[in-house]
Design a protein around this ligand. Structure first.
Ligand SMILES: Nc1ncnc2c1ncn2[C@@H]1O[C@H](COP(=O)(O)OP(=O)(O)OP(=O)(O)O)[C@@H](O)[C@H]1O
Ligand SMILES: [Mg+2]
Length: 247
């Protein structure tokens, strides 16, 4: 029987090693390390997280700043390896996580389409076939031969979103980056995500806009200090999250 879950996280932990004292300079760091005056402690950014995403589902991750949302997306995308726990992914992923990840800012927008495509496993020929649609969707017609270091953050987001969605991934991962686009582009992105959803694409999205999460998601995972507080129906979880202050 084919498994319905396209993503499975089981007891996932992500620990970062951090110096427990503040060190101002590299020199101080080296001296104190040699004198064994530095101690380290583990910071647990993702703490025993388990959840599944079904094929074709749209799942939102919500939570306050620093609650572990981006770290969880990086683990799903394979950018970070979890300290422990298991991660199973049964599909081709297109991660939109950090603005400009997979881009070279000295290259032009057009060159970055090929570069980003290569990072995601697509040949120059394949990207060339998608180029017109990428330009059309991003509305960057006049800027395709401009080095992207001269782009605004919204323009970088347009290019990144256009590439990530034109390559028809089985799983689209979106971390917040839509937030830097103007409202027209955000609407366009939501329409595009909706269209991909009806075509069966699985989406995992992080947003601080609870309205956006409510519009897009079938289910929501609420994280707090790296732990799952609640998983369930979008409207139930969002209602509880909104009520957090009164708890
Ligand atoms: N590479 C790293 N090294 C050390 N600590 C890290 C690292 N990456 C993340 N953290 C820490 O892990 C915690 C969770 O970070 P994360 O970026 O996942 O939060 P977030 O939920 O995405 O927050 P935001 O809403 O602000 O984007 C934070 O306290 C952060 O400082
Ligand atoms: Mg984040």
């Amino acid at each position: 029987m084919e498994n319905d879950n396209i993503i499975e996280l089981r007891n996932v932990f992500m620990k970062f090693r951090m110096a427990s004292q503040r060190v101002e300079t590299l020199k101080e760091f080296v001296i104190r390390t040699l004198k064994r005056q530095l101690s380290f402690e583990d910071f647990v950014a993702v703490n025993d997280v388990s959840f599944d995403v079904k094929r074709g589902e749209v799942v939102g991750l919500i939570g306050l700043n620093g609650s572990g949302k981006s770290t969880t997306l990086k683990i799903i995308s394979g950018i970070l390896k979890p300290s422990s726990g298991s991660v199973v992914i049964r599909g081709k992923i297109s991660p939109l996580i950090e603005l400009g990840a997979g881009f070279d800012f000295d290259l032009t927008a057009r060159e970055n389409v090929f570069l980003n495509g290569a990072v995601l496993g697509y040949s120059k020929k394949e990207m060339l076939e998608k180029m017109d649609e990428i330009i059309e969707f991003s509305e960057l017609h006049d800027f395709m031969d401009t080095p992207i270091k001269n782009f605004s953050s919204g323009m970088v987001a347009r290019l990144a979103f256009a590439i990530a969605t034109q390559i028809d991934p089985e799983i689209l991962i979106v971390d917040e980056i839509l937030g830097v686009g103007d409202f027209l582009f955000q609407q366009k992105c939501e329409q595009r995500i909706n269209k991909m959803m009806s075509g069966g694409t699985t989406v995992v999205i992080v947003s601080h806009s609870i309205e956006q999460i409510e519009r897009l998601c079938d289910r929501v995972v609420w994280l707090d200090h790296g732990k799952v507080v609640m998983i369930g129906d979008t409207h139930e979880v969002c209602a509880q999250y909104r009520n957090m202050e009164n708890r």
